[in-house]
Design a protein around this ligand. Structure first.
Ligand code: ADP
Ligand code: ZN
Ligand code: ZN
Length: 807
């Protein structure tokens, strides 16, 4: 609590406006509100939760409204995280309110609802109609709302089309919608996962109920944590009693931590010489307690994780805490298990797939200092870790670190800024570092640590390239699998070894074309073709999810000469079943991993040996360490190469190298078969040779020549609108603003985006390159100011700084 009392506060609200809102504080709150606390404040007819950035006594120029309520007695964001939010807002040109919203995963602590209430006019109308028979549904609705405000869900059982009616009544000004947020006890949300522990005996003066006395006695006799649901079988009314005891601080209640799945334990190995050397460098930096960044470049299977684990141990021993980020798809039970095994209950896991209550609880455990090792995906970079000593970004090249909606931040880069501000040591780990990262290391910004060999001197896999054009000429057959790949798969089956097959495209056929009129079946909302999904018997759009029936005749000319072309992962799985009827095959892609737990189950089955072959998209290429995989087949390496994006080659190289790296991680050497139509493309050649250095030298040359990152700061500005004329007009307006080109900035466009229409919106884009970042930022700010001045819809202008895809 602060000594001083202030009259106003500046609040960042989660709205797409680049400004703060000043509110007056009610007397009762004046000495309680601090920067970093959340308050509920009115905006228009809504009540929104925002974060206080400042408290002060300067009265604003406009008449300010009052804060409704205070959500936190203590700040939920400390100075360090508030500064980080400002940095993100500035660097990525995003409203600070939207940045802050993404930083707090506390949605699970509240229940949000929209309540409808009568306006004064509405009330008058309702009064008049009380006298009349309730013939009309709208009138009945008004009468119901006159008693008290209600949500649409509450109204619907009585008045079936309540939602539509409410919209009409709102338009007439008789009804207003109000956002309500109520506190919810996060512990109540997960009763079956609560654990109780004895703290102290009750004083004699305390009157306890029978159930409470019994429970307290039981816990005292059985030290440690006890699951409440299980206690319920031993002690009557345990749950209610436990809450009451916890309120009096006689026992402690906590949500059971995320438990590691059993079976992933590994002994703590002795570091090999390369690991040891890398660790010593990191440890040395930790001892100095200064910001320093390492690039840990280690080939696939070189034991990078063990270096992370030791470095975290070293940080903890120094009394510091650690944060480790991993790509979304790579945070599997196997990975989590390794950390639980080493650090036990000190680990918190922050995964975007967790439910709201779970996320909120993990977040609180970190904030309270109970969890000192945080393992998280992208947004884990905002974990409220105190006393941060070590930040690790595993697979730092991974595209999932970049958020594809506002604020479009890059988790890796934010993590580095955070480490710098905290004076922490940072480790970027990868077998295939991003070109920018490796460039920074070469420039001396990062210290390079190398793990050039696989653990136990296991060989790198042997790679064979199969030219599918030659294969076609020789076999006169358009086949999914070459003879060589089939042969290798059959060998693995005979030897009871496992195979992974990668095809980075889901669905069965990638498009449908009519041979009579040439028409391709397109999405109604996007300018891309629909993909045939055989399992679901539908044509699906991979951008917006639009679904159509599978055609039997051409929708345009009714000819029945329609052809399903292109291969997806579903078809690979299907054909394999035909060729190898006895093989146990499963598929892992976004379709098959959709159901809850499906991803873990399939991967677990494969790891446990219940499957022979795993077919999948890039999901199977990331990080998995499965020793009995001795063959990796890339069904078609070229997918992704033709995408109009300067990173296409880099991404292909990374994907192929990572996928190949899944082979031969156990005692038997691995083999990789890469099928391709472009055997001479440098991305494919260097991936086949597992030659990062070779690829990097070629790629950096090309980036320098064309002034692409890291040789320029880069931004993609996209204008979106429902009508093509609007998108065109608005992007042209931006074009005028940039003509003549601002000093030091190269402007490309406006031009149609590579996919003109996405989710029913037309898109035009302007690419901006600048030698210096501040210049670029100024230009972006000007564009944003223009959009605000012209009152463009908030979603119309997209600014993507350091974009990783230009689609
Ligand atoms: P990377 O992430 O570099 O691809 P991993 O961290 O997955 O490699 O390590 C590969 C395998 O080697 C894992 O099974 C790991 O447990 C094991 N490992 C790591 N370090 C050692 C070591 N020093 N001695 C023996 N095994 C090790
Ligand atoms: Zn046709
Ligand atoms: Zn679509």
């Amino acid at each position: 609590m602060s000594e001083q009392s202030f009259r106003y506060c500046d609040v960042a609200l989660p709205v797409p406006l680049d400004r703060l809102f000043t509110y007056e504080l009610p007397l009762t709150l004046r000495h309680r509100v601090q920067a970093g606390c959340r308050v509920v404040a009115p905006l228009g007819t809504r009540k929104l939760t925002g974060v206080v950035l400042r408290v002060h006594d300067r009265s604003p120029e406009y008449e300010s409204r009052e804060v409704v309520s205070l959500r936190d007695e203590e700040p939920v964001l400390d100075r360090e995280l508030l500064d980080l939010a400002h940095w993100i807002a500035e660097y990525y040109c995003a409203p600070v309110g939207e940045v802050l919203r993404g930083m707090l995963p506390l949605g699970g602590e509240t229940r949000r609802s929209t309540q409808y209430a009568l306006t004064d006019t509405g009330r008058q109308v309702a009064r008049q109609l009380i006298l009349r028979p309730e013939s009309d549904a709208s009138l009945r609705l008004l009468a119901t709302l006159e008693e008290r405000a209600r949500t649409a869900e509450q109204l619907t059982p009585k008045i079936p089309n309540a939602r539509t009616l409410l919209r009409g009544l709102t338009k007439r000004g008789w009804v207003v919608a109000e956002e309500k947020e109520e506190e919810r006890d996060p512990l109540r949300a997960a009763a079956e996962r609560l654990e109780a522990e004895f703290l102290r005996r009750a004083d004699d003066s305390l009157k306890l109920k029978k159930a409470e006395r019994e429970l307290l006695a039981f816990l005292e006799l059985h030290p440690g944590l006890h699951n409440l649901a299980e206690l319920g079988t031993k002690v009557k009314r345990a749950s209610e009693a436990a809450r009451s005891l916890a309120r009096r601080e006689l026992i402690r209640l906590e949500m059971e931590g995320v438990r590691p799945a059993p079976g992933y334990e590994r002994p703590k190995p002795i570091l090999n010489a390369f690991q040891e050397s890398a660790f010593l460098h990191i440890d040395g930096a930790l001892q100095k307690s200064e910001f320093k960044t390492f690039l840990l470049q280690g080939v696939t299977g070189s034991g990078k994780t063990e270096v992370y684990l030791r470095s975290i141990e070293a940080a903890l021993a120094l009394g510091k805490n650690a944060l480790l980020l991993v790509p979304e798809i790579a945070l599997t039970p196997a990975v989590a298990g390794q950390f639980f095994q080493r650090f036990g209950k000190q680990v918190a896991i922050l995964h975007s797939a967790f439910g709201d209550a779970e996320r909120a609880e993990q977040w609180r455990r970190i904030q309270r200092g109970q969890a000192r090792v945080v393992v998280g995906t992208r947004s884990g970079v905002f974990a409220p870790v105190q006393n941060l000593g070590l930040v690790i970004i595993d697979e730092e090249h991974d595209g999932s670190y970049k958020q594809q909606e506002t604020p479009r931040y890059h988790g890796r880069d934010v993590a580095l800024v955070r480490a710098r501000n905290a004076g922490a040591v940072a480790i970027l780990g990868s077998a295939t570092p991003a070109v920018e990262t490796r460039y920074n290391a070469d420039q001396g910004k990062y210290e390079m640590l190398r793990l050039p060999e696989r653990i136990a001197q296991r060989p790198m896999p042997e790679v064979e390239i199969v030219d599918m054009r030659v294969e076609f000429l020789e076999t006169k057959r358009q086949a999914t699998f070459s003879r060589s790949l089939m042969n290798e798969i059959a060998k693995r089956l005979a030897q009871r070894e496992q195979t992974m097959l990668l095809l980075n495209r889901r669905g069965f056929s990638s498009f449908v074309v009519c041979r009579a009129c040439g028409d391709r079946m397109m999405c109604e909302n996007c300018s891309i073709v629909l993909t045939y999904h055989r399992g679901e018997r539908r044509m699906l759009c991979h951008l917006c999810g639009f679904a159509a029936k599978v055609p039997t005749v051409c929708p345009k000319c009714s000819s029945d000469h329609i052809q399903f072309l292109g291969t997806g992962s579903e078809r690979v799985e299907n054909e394999l079943h035909e060729y190898l009827p006895t093989a146990r095959i499963a598929r892992l892609d976004r379709d098959s991993a959709g159901a809850k737990g499906a991803f873990e189950n399939i991967l677990g089955d494969f790891r446990g040996g219940a499957l022979d072959i795993l077919v999948g998209t890039q999901m199977i290429a990331k990080g998995h360490d499965i020793p009995s995989v001795t063959l990796v087949g890339i069904v078609l390496a070229d997918i992704g190469l033709s995408i109009p994006d300067f990173r296409a080659a880099e991404r292909t190289f990374q994907l192929l190298t990572q996928a190949a790296g899944r082979a031969g991680r156990g005692d038997t050497p691995g083999r990789v078969v890469i099928q391709t139509l472009n055997p001479d493309h440098y991305a494919i050649r260097f991936a086949a040779a597992q030659d990062y250095e070779g690829f990097y030298e070629k790629e950096i040359e090309f980036r320098k020549w064309l002034r692409y990152p890291p040789y320029a700061a880069f931004a993609n500005v996209v204008v979106r609108a429902d009508k093509q004329e609007d998108a065109l007009r608005m992007s042209t307006q931006l074009g005028y603003l940039l003509d003549p080109q601002p000093e030091g900035v190269r402007v490309m466009g406006p031009a149609e985006a590579p996919v003109l229409r996405v989710k029913s919106e037309f898109r035009y884009q302007i690419l901006l390159k600048a030698a210096k970042r501040p210049v670029l930022r100024d230009v972006l700010k000007r564009l944003r100011a223009f959009a605000e001045k012209e009152k463009w819809k908030a979603t119309a202008l997209v600014i993507d700084v350091d974009p990783i895809t230009l689609m």
